[in-house]
Design a protein around this ligand. Structure first.
Ligand code: ADP
Ligand code: ZN
Ligand code: ZN
Length: 734
């Protein structure tokens, strides 16, 4: 692993040819330290580089070191050194960010684990998770920044001392909450005492609105009372402000900081530093927050643990949920995974052995909604019962009985939510004369028609053009939208429900900062009767007046090739249903409508009974038969190239390079390379090769051994058009 700085393919850090820097004076810089610098996996440099220092700085110290012609920030990794290099071949460290305490040992372990598990270089992993600002400052700038941050904190505290925050009352826990708290505590308290600490991971499986957040808050309070720090993760940045307000109110006398990509670089640095220095008590953040150094970590909460946002989709493709579990184990912290629809991996881990599960996690149950709230009654509306549209006519967006049900709500002053997971006006424009369709010239995908600004936009590469007046191929003036996105649904509902106030929330109308909050506020204020939205609105929001939720067109997921499509759709629909009936006054008559051609489908049948357990059982059976996670372990080797042939050639060679080793390890299957679902994006061809293993250790061993040969193969294939390649361990979709 250690950075040999030799070899043709490797970055030459600063070998003997370093005539531009003075040789270290004898006796001065005489201690060797190895330092991680930001080096992408593909540079071939996987480990740390050696430098000279005046003293043996402890691992985790941030330093500035020369690299090529630049001076960059690095992280002291170990005192050990590459003995093949003579002192004279090494450069001295430029300076040390001495007043930043070294990153703690468990943090270094987390980086080592994540880099090894997700097949990235140590330097990339370590540097990627540090605040960008921290990587840019020199020692003097850092000292100044730190002083300023401490001053700001001092002022805040003085302010607080002058005007003590108002304590808000905590609600009495419900019987279910009381039970759950007792069960967690029983395990949690055992954590500290046992010599070999068992991992304390609990799955809090509770309906939406069952009071899970309240449980997190109570557990956080207990951790804080013990002098520990708490990390709370949410899947989406959109959900942080709501939770942040709730947490800040409860813990008004504590320091609560957030960490997500929406912060300014300065805020992020400040919050991270407060966490690392132990000044912040609670850190609330999205997936990147899992890497926050927390010297007194006692509790990690992963809310909506099933959410795909926890998996990073480019670069180092880590799963923040899985790393949270690892971290909890390493640092003796309790981990709470919360969800109404757990991921099947987590579910399997929490299922007792007697029920066919792994029995690894504690399973906690909160089936009821708090107060008088009820989950809405599910109505599966069979689309085949609808009158067929006439020739050349389109079926209406919502069936007549559903429209009537919405109209009734409007009369009563209640709200409805219509879910359609496709933004834009129509997914494609079509010429009925010659058959032209609005394809993207750069991708193997259609361009979506957006009526507001009359554009055709590619949702893959972003390529945007004005809508042509006539068919570009035959001149026909009559090109028509096919299908329906949220924009069109909004328009059609406004037509079908005269006088109704129809609103829309999707990525298009919430691009600007603050736009989502504004939209949500108007829904909460009752200024919208019918809200049209994508999955964005299904998650987390506490709408009080919604009594009807409808899924306009959810069938596609039933037949998707992705093995997780059903699991995701079930979660989304259940989550959406959870937006209705949250208020006792209206809960009694709330409904969830599902428009479908397949009302008998097991997914919908389970949904209509809110029976996650049977849905999970049936899905797990299928997964077991098909050899899919959690019964098998997957890695995807992905390649991007100028041609499909070049992408596949690299994958073929990559497979050949490890075939023998795979056979020797056993239980490993290398699938033939195939084009990805969207094969071409922005003129780049994509292909992938699936690796399936019965045992995780074998998979990881294979990947570890493959790194160097694959790097070499990539170099060789570059002249043939290979652009990028990456390994995705535990891929979300295949
Ligand atoms: P979840 O996170 O499971 O969706 P929340 O914790 O947000 O549920 O609780 C749902 C609603 O019930 C919130 O408005 C919350 O304030 C309220 N609530 C939760 N627990 C209690 C309780 N013990 N007593 C009264 N209200 C509660
Ligand atoms: Zn045409
Ligand atoms: Zn495109």
């Amino acid at each position: 692993m250690h950075g040999s700085a030799h070899g043709p393919d490797l970055l030459t850090p600063l070998g003997s040819a370093s005539s531009d820097s003075p040789a270290p004076a004898a006796g001065q810089d005489s201690v060797r330290v190895s330092v991680l610098v930001e080096t992408p996996q593909h540079s071939g440099l996987l480990g740390p580089l050696d430098y000279l220092a005046t003293q043996a700085w402890p691992p985790g110290t941030l330093v500035r070191v020369p690299l090529g012609r630049r001076v960059v920030t690095g992280l002291v990794w170990a005192a050990a050194a590459d003995a093949t290099l003579a002192d004279a071949q090494l450069k001295p460290i430029v300076e040390v960010l001495a007043d930043l305490p070294a990153l703690p040992e468990p943090w270094l372990k987390l980086i080592r684990f994540a880099a090894g598990y997700y097949q990235r270089s140590l330097g990339e992993m370590a540097m990627m998770v540090l605040p960008p600002e921290l990587r840019q400052v020199d020692a003097t700038q850092w000292a100044r920044r730190l002083k300023r941050m401490n001053k700001a904190l001092g002022l805040e505290e003085a302010e607080r001392a002058k005007q003590p925050p108002v304590e808000v009352p905590w609600p009495e826990p419900t019987p279910e909450q009381t039970q759950v708290l007792a069960e967690v505590n029983a395990r949690w308290l055992a954590l500290g005492t046992a010599a070999a600490t068992p991992p304390s991971v609990s799955l809090l499986w509770g309906s939406t609105g069952s009071g899970k957040t309240e449980v997190y808050l109570r557990l956080a309070r207990e951790a804080l009372a013990r002098g520990q720090q708490v990390l709370i993760m949410v899947p989406e940045i959109n959900l942080t402000p709501q939770l942040e307000a709730r947490v800040a109110e409860r813990f008004a006398d504590r320091h609560v900081v957030s960490l997500h990509s929406g912060l300014t670089p300065a805020q992020r640095l400040r919050h991270w530093t407060m966490a690392h220095l132990g000044q912040a008590d609670i850190v609330l953040g999205t997936r990147l927050a899992v890497f926050t150094p927390l010297p007194r970590l006692g509790l990690i909460v992963v809310d909506e643990e099933h959410d795909p946002s926890y998996k990073q989709q480019d670069g180092a493709r880590y799963s923040a949920r899985d790393l949270a579990v690892y971290r909890g184990h390493q640092e003796g912290a309790a981990v709470i995974l919360g969800s109404a629809t757990p991921s099947l991996e987590t579910w399997h881990n929490a299922l007792p052995v007697a029920e066919g599960g792994a029995g690894r996690y504690q399973r906690l149950l909160m089936p009821s909604r708090v107060g008088q709230g009820h989950m809405p009654k599910v109505r599966l509306f069979d689309l085949s019962q609808q009158a067929k549209p006439g020739p050349g006519q389109e079926a209406p967006a919502l069936a007549k009985p559903l429209l009537e049900a919405i109209a009734e709500r409007i009369e009563r002053g209640e709200q409805s939510l219509v879910l359609l997971n496709r933004r834009g006006y129509a997914p494609v424009l079509h010429c009925s004369d010659c058959g032209w369709k609005s394809g993207c010239p750069h991708c193997s995908a259609w361009r979506v028609f957006h009526k507001v600004d009359r554009t055709l936009r590619c949702h893959h590469c972003g390529f945007t053009e004005r809508v042509p007046r006539a068919c570009p191929d035959c001149g026909n003036q009559d090109i028509a939208p096919v299908g329906r996105g949220t924009e069109r649904l909004e328009e059609q509902l406004a037509e079908a429900l005269p006088g109704a106030r129809v609103g829309r929330i999707d990525a298009d109308v919430t691009k600007h900062k603050g736009a989502l909050e504004e939209k949500l506020a108007s829904v909460h204020a009752g200024e919208v009767d019918v809200l049209v939205g994508t999955q964005m609105v299904a998650k987390g929001h506490d709408f009080r007046r919604i009594t009807l939720v409808a899924a306009a067109n959810p069938d596609a997921a039933l037949f998707a090739s992705d093995f997780r499509a059903a699991e995701r759709q079930f979660a989304l629909l259940l989550q959406a249903a959870g937006r209705a009936g949250r208020d006792a006054g209206v809960a009694g008559h709330s409904e969830m409508w599902v428009q479908t051609w397949h009302p008998a489908h097991p997914l919908y049948q389970a949904l209509s009974r809110y029976d996650f357990e049977s849905f999970a059982r049936q899905q797990l059976q299928e997964r077991e038969q098909a050899g899919l996670p959690p019964y098998a372990h997957l890695a995807m080797l992905r390649a991007e190239a100028k041609t499909q042939a070049a992408a596949q050639a690299f994958l073929d060679q990559a497979a050949q390079a490890v075939e023998a080793h795979a056979a020797q390890l056993g239980g490993i299957l290398l699938y033939p390379p195939v084009p990805t679902a969207v094969q071409k994006v922005a003129n780049v061809e994509r292909a992938q090769m699936l690796i399936e293993a019965e045992m995780r250790p074998a998979l990881l061993r294979l990947l570890q051994a493959a790194t160097q040969p694959w790097l070499a193969l990539a170099q060789k294939n570059r002249p043939n058009g290979l652009i990028r390649w990456a390994v995705d361990v535990d891929p979300l979709s295949i």
